[in-house]
Ligand binder design. Structure first.
Ligand code: ADP
Ligand code: MG
Length: 256
């Protein structure tokens, strides 16, 4: 995609859990080569928004347009096949498998056969392609020295990067990252920020839910702030940080 070309358009999405409106009329968009941070206090509806975009949850109302196609209500597998990859809040690597094997599993997100076939290794040619692609992605983010180590033996920061490599192995246009910096040491955060900035440079779109304010404000082009299921404000990090409503949401005070 061209820089700035629209990848994702979230249009008035709504999610009702019984009597609770977890997400209410939220809209925003994201272009290629852009990093958008989704922030807000606990329970604001960030993860639900993520799950609505990726198809893990069904929409109550609204529409999600990804890569020019209406995907609201589509199963997550078909959205993934259009080029959306995600990581999870908690590391979901197979700890006893090697780094390269973990990443190779990601190649099957966009194929018909899926990860079960990948685990069973039904197709040798596909398997060789998957390993070549996994190695390419690991080199892309600087992990070429740990290809054959057990994933579970790596530091948390390196494991996060392996998860990103796995998400990249599906050849996405858009990456959704759920709290990528959580629990990382400062040096690991800096390494992660560098990788994400590189992916932006390579024209990926990145949407991150993040609690670490320094991390997200230093990296994102635009911030969407949620509170009580609604979008409170959207803007550049500078605008959002200066907003009295945002300060109020975080400090639990009345907005002036
Ligand atoms: P955040 O990620 O911003 O902390 P969530 O999207 O996880 O917030 O949750 C938003 C609200 O929806 C919370 O009140 C949460 O308890 C509720 N919620 C989330 N998932 C479910 C679910 N599957 N069933 C019922 N309520 C849910
Ligand atoms: Mg959450």
């Amino acid at each position: 995609p061209q820089a700035g070309e629209q990848l994702l358009d979230v249009q008035g999405i709504h999610k009702q859990f019984g009597g609770l409106a977890a997400v209410q009329n939220v809209s925003f968009s994201l272009g290629a080569g852009e990093i958008v941070g989704l922030i807000g206090p606990n329970g604001a509806g960030k993860s639900t928004t993520f799950n609505l975009i990726s198809g893990a949850l069904s929409l109550s109302e609204g529409e999600v347009v990804f890569s020019g196609k209406k995907v609201g209500g589509s199963p997550s597998r078909s959205i993934a096949r259009l080029g959306l990859s995600r990581t999870f809040q908690h590391v979901k690597l197979v700890p006893d498998m090697s780094v390269i094997e973990n990443v190779a599993l990601g190649c099957y997100q966009r194929t018909e056969s899926g990860p079960i076939a990948a685990l069973l290794r039904t197709d040798r040619l596909e398997e060789r392609r998957a390993f070549a692609e996994a190695e390419r992605q690991l080199r892309r983010i600087g992990l070429q020295d740990v290809l054959f180590q057990k994933a579970g033996n790596l530091s948390l920061g390196a494991q996060r990067l392996v998860e990103i490599a796995r998400a990249l192995a599906a050849d996405p246009l858009l990456l959704l990252l759920d709290e990528p910096a959580a629990g990382l040491r400062d040096g690991e955060k800096a390494a992660l920020a560098q990788v994400l900035a590189q992916l932006r440079q390579e024209r990926l779109g990145l949407l991150l839910v993040e609690h670490d304010m320094n991390f997200v404000m230093g990296l994102a082009d635009r911030i969407v702030v949620m509170e009580f299921g609604r979008k409170l404000i959207e803007g550049t990090p500078a605008v959002v940080q200066a907003s009295p409503a945002v300060r109020a949401a975080y400090l639990g005070l009345e907005a002036s």
